[in-house]
Write a protein that binds this ligand. Sequence first.
Ligand SMILES: *[C@@H]1O[C@H](CO)[C@@H](O)[C@H](O)[C@H]1NC(C)=O
Ligand SMILES: *[C@@H]1O[C@H](CO)[C@@H](O)[C@H](O)[C@H]1NC(C)=O
Ligand SMILES: *[C@@H]1O[C@H](CO)[C@@H](O)[C@H](O)[C@H]1NC(C)=O
Length: 252
Amino acid sequence: MQYTNLILTVCLVLATSLVDSKKLPDYIPQCKKNDPNFDQCVLKAIEVVRPYLAKGIPKIRVPSLEPLEIPQVAINRNLTNIKVYAKLTKIIANGASNFTITKLRCNTDALTLEMSIFIPLISVTCDYDVDGRLLVMPLKGKGVFKANFSDITAVVKGVGEIVSSKKGVKYINIKTIKPKIDVGGQDTKFHTTDNDPNIKAITQTVAAFINQNQRQVFEIVRQIVEETVGAVGKSIGNNIFSAIPYNEILPL
Ligand SMILES: *[C@@H]1O[C@H](CO)[C@@H](O)[C@H](O)[C@H]1NC(C)=O
Ligand SMILES: *[C@@H]1O[C@H](CO)[C@@H](O)[C@H](O)[C@H]1NC(C)=O
Ligand SMILES: *[C@@H]1O[C@H](CO)[C@@H](O)[C@H](O)[C@H]1NC(C)=O
């Protein structure tokens, strides 16, 4: 009798913990892995979730999108037209929650994704500390960078894989994210906090050059921007995917 009770209790506890272990909040619609209209299902689910994105969804580690805050990004590249060592801190971006997905193609077996995104306007501010060279101009100094980017389009290709935790739970891990980014218009301002008159002069020269040669400068920094956005996206994405088991993201 007591033995039966014990088994019953164990079963109840197990059942409760199974229910409790659902990680995806109930208001997020699930799309079945073999749904023939999987992409449509995901697009609908994103619209349902959109109102929650501005503030973020801490339970599954979705960061607040309005604003999106990134504590630090380090850039270290030596390319033909630009050599840059930069530390960007306290990055704050406004406008990302106004994204539209204009195309989506997922393959739930191969775990590949191709997506086109449009964002009308993103305003960014960050602290910068830079050293390097843009064409023949030196880049040097510390300060505050502010920019408005308009009509942003991104074509994103992602590849995932299934990994198992130590407890044998399957998760999705993003192997690669490759964005191709285009910007319609940009307006950038540098405010140097250096008192050195040389650095003030360098900052003015570079800022004027960037504003007068927006297209060329974007082409020069495009690779760095795409790699940086890809790395930040991968880190945020994997943080989310490691909070939700595979069978909740792609239930049968
Ligand atoms: C940057 O690249 C150039 C050309 O490839 C090379 O001459 C230079 O030594 C490199 N600088 C650094 C700091 O790696
Ligand atoms: C999002 O778009 C709406 C409509 O164009 C606009 O009013 C709002 O300011 C935008 N939000 C952000 C954070 O840019
Ligand atoms: C960005 O746009 C806002 C609103 O139009 C404006 O107040 C601000 O000065 C702009 N910033 C830059 C860096 O152009």
